[in-house]
Design a protein around this ligand. Sequence first.
Ligand code: ADP
Length: 193
Amino acid sequence: MNEMPNVEILNVSKRYGNIVALDNVSLKINDKEYVCIIGPSGSGKSTLLKIIAGIIKPTEGSVIIDGVRVDDIPLSERGIGVVMQDILLFPNMNVRDNVSFPPLVKGLDYGTVKSIVSEIIRDLSLVTLAERYPDELSRGSQQKVAIARAVASGARLILMDEPMGSLDTRSSRILRYELRSLIKDLGLTAIHV
Ligand code: ADP
């Protein structure tokens, strides 16, 4: 296999004063891989994800995405979809409008947005919830919508920080399965803490 790695983390360290959050981490994630990062609380998983996203800067080391060193490129220009633990859906918009928002803001025409959004909503089994508002959804469904919105943004790399943290085992297993097939179908790369 000589595919170009989609994400390359090179000797990344992050220190907060005396606290070492990450110590010289190097990792290659290939295009279309679905990678899970596991480890005990406090082991630096979120820190690593935030460094890849560009939310925080490493003390040392570099992040390379699709062959480009992105150390000085902000989150908004990295083409990454991020799903964090605290779900931030627009409360005044229904599910379909929440998911449609990023591609519309990017300037895609309405017809294209409609078909992209319908496909994502179908693949994540959100069809019956499409007209509901966030406060009418379970926590698990809200998480799915946040993921659908990240996928709809057109990002080829999706970062998820414990998106199933608050789900019971069964719901989380189902969501993981749906998510994996969606990411595979769309040919995306995902990093999941
Ligand atoms: P995980 O996601 O694996 O639970 P984190 O990446 O959140 O771990 O944290 C790694 C370490 O860095 C922990 O010891 C945490 O207390 C510390 N840390 C994270 N963010 C900060 C911060 N803003 N200031 C100081 N210490 C931090």
